[in-house]
Design a protein around this ligand. Structure first.
Ligand code: 1GP
Length: 246
């Protein structure tokens, strides 16, 4: 079970690298190669999700799973991104927003399908932090991100998520964000929760990884920058894992 594996790694003071694959982008050739390389370089998890969808998700998941033995988890942008071919799903509740469909509505629609799928389900509190420009996730979700200079609101949201029983918290700057979630917010949230903390959005270089890991992220998610420059894959994975050596 992935959640148990994550919890054990965190207990041992280890951090994890998750590669995000956007099923809306061309998966076949460049991405297949990226997934094979990510596996070779020691990535820990593959997340699959995005704002749009171009093909049946099952086909994409099967293709990814044929290239790696890493856990492949859905990180769904919408109800079309569900598949029993994945190993599991981050069942996201967008707790920074007040859009009822993304807090509970979609979960009700998908409940029977998910319950009968047999895949691992990890209830995850999804928190969008504002970063200066509009991102796909805030536009598509029609929600207002938490202001970047209000770490107390972010941490109160994360605490509420944990109190409601959510098993992980995901701090999101938005795919392709100009800059990642600020370290003050990450640090404040980390101090207040006991569940694993995922941080993603706008991570572009080793410096970003170091800042985010030092601030307390347990799992770092990178998508766009690796799609744009595959030579970043190894250094970014190594940067996260360098925190496991001390
Ligand atoms: C987006 O957090 C993820 O939901 C990853 O973002 O594509 O900017 O790395 P990037």
């Amino acid at each position: 079970m992935l959640l148990e594996l994550i919890q054990n790694k965190i207990k041992a003071n280890k951090k994890l690298f998750a590669l995000l694959i956007d099923p809306g982008k061309p998966v076949r050739n460049p991405m297949k190669k990226t997934i094979i390389k990510a596996t070779e370089y020691g990535a820990d998890i593959v997340f699959v999700g995005g704002s749009l969808i171009y093909e049946q998700i099952d086909e994409t998941i099967r293709l990814i799973k044929s290239s790696t033995d890493l856990p492949v988890f859905l990180f769904p942008g919408n109800l079309l991104q569900l598949s029993k071919d994945a190993d599991g799903i981050l069942l996201l509740s967008l707790i920074s927003g007040r859009n009822p469909e993304l807090l509970i509505g979609n979960h009700v629609s998908a409940a029977y399908l998910l319950k009968n799928s047999g895949i691992e389900i990890i209830p995850t509190g999804y928190i969008i932090i504002e970063n200066g420009k509009s991102t796909s996730v805030s536009y598509m979700s029609q929600t207002t991100p938490i202001p970047a200079d209000k770490p107390d609101i972010a941490s109160a949201t994360a605490i509420a998520g944990e109190l409601l029983g959510l098993k992980m918290i995901y701090l999101e700057a938005g795919s392709g964000a100009e800059k990642p979630v600020n370290t003050t917010t990450i640090n404040k949230v980390k101090q207040e929760i006991n569940v694993p903390l995922i941080v993603g959005g706008g991570i572009k270089n080793i410096n970003d990884i170091n800042n985010i890991c030092n601030a307390g992220a347990d799992i770092v998610v990178v998508g766009n920058s690796i799609e744009n420059d595959q030579s970043l894959l190894k250094p970014l994975i190594d940067a996260v894992h360098s925190f496991n050596e001390t």
